[in-house]
Design a binder for this molecule. Structure first.
Ligand SMILES: C[S@@+](CC[C@H](N)C(=O)[O-])C[C@H]1O[C@@H](n2cnc3c(N)ncnc32)[C@H](O)[C@@H]1O
Length: 283
């Protein structure tokens, strides 16, 4: 269960007392349209869509990119699944050789409007996500205590819903990535639970997305099966974990089988489960 009301960390400061309080990242620079690339990436960390946070950072998995670039391969297509605003992908975009790099995420935009000095944020279907103010961030979180969530929906979001304009859309892609967008860097909305990706690839990167707090076992099976079905023969699948230190496993798809090619740190925590799903998908 989550407590849905948090203090904006920039309002709280860094005293010992304030470190005990529930805090959220400050997403105001993003919503006000005046975020620098680093503020943009930081603002992402405050955004939560259903169970998944859009948290990201620059140079988030340097050892994995060192390894992939050491292979000295030109990848036909790279699919980056759940790339958030693309900040973490910048390293890969700069250092890997590819014909086409697809930056993809299910939640690639949001709607937002200002009301009484606060910003109200909605997903692409118009579902309220949060209210961001100078002092507080209030989440519309179905995992929060029920009664509290009921009052938040009625008192905080009801009025703002009436003012929702589905033309105030904000693209959740970092400005430094937008400047790289070209014929061979494409940004697409893609839900890995729905189907395999439209273009088969020789490298799939999925960082800090596949874990059991974001997805159920059934969803993970579905996602892994779609990942495997998006591979060309010989493709590498690089699954990276969200932990205190970088841990990843690079798998290879060959002869309709998946095998482990390389581990970084402790490896991807759901490696065995991924290999089991691969057997089912390929049988
Ligand atoms: C924690 S962020 C990781 C971002 C980035 N890969 C990184 O390592 O910094 C997880 C991302 O997965 C995206 N996501 C959640 N469900 C998804 C789905 N079904 N298909 C594609 N992306 C999804 C979220 O929108 C979010 O941006």
């Amino acid at each position: 269960m989550n407590f849905p009301i948090k203090f904006n960390e920039d309002f709280l400061g860094n005293s010992f007392f304030s470190s005990l309080l529930p805090r959220s990242f400050n997403c105001l620079p993003l919503l006000q349209g005046k975020a620098s690339p680093s503020q943009f990436a930081r603002s992402m960390c405050a955004l939560k869509f259903a169970r998944t946070f859009k948290s990201t950072a620059f140079r988030r998995y340097p050892l994995t990119i060192d390894y992939l670039s050491s292979l000295d391969v030109r990848f036909t297509n790279i699919i980056d699944i759940g790339c958030s605003d693309g900040s973490a992908s910048l390293d890969a975009l700069r250092r890997l050789n590819f014909n086409c790099y697809y930056l993809t995420d299910k939640n690639i935009n949001l709607y937002c409007h200002e009301l009484n000095n606060a910003y109200f944020v909605f997903d692409s279907c118009g579902i309220p996500l949060l209210r961001a103010g100078r002092r507080l961030t209030i989440y519309n979180d179905s995992n929060s205590p029920r009664l509290l969530n009921f009052f938040i929906t009625k008192l905080v979001f009801l009025d703002s819903l009436k003012r929702l304009h589905l033309n105030n859309s904000l693209l959740l892609i970092n400005p430094c990535i937008l400047s790289l967008q070209s014929g061979n860097v494409r940004i697409l909305s893609y839900d890995v639970l729905r189907k395999p990706f439209l273009a088969k690839s020789t490298l799939i990167i999925a960082a800090n997305i596949f874990n059991d707090s974001y997805f159920s076992e059934h969803e993970l099976k579905l996602a892994f099966s779609n990942v495997i079905k998006s591979c060309l023969p010989g493709a590498l699948i690089c699954l990276i974990d969200n932990r205190k230190y970088e841990s990843a496993t690079i798998f290879q798809f060959r002869d309709n089988k998946i095998s482990v090619k390389h581990h970084i740190g402790d490896g991807f925590s759901l490696s065995s489960f991924f290999l089991e799903c691969a057997k089912e998908t390929n049988s």
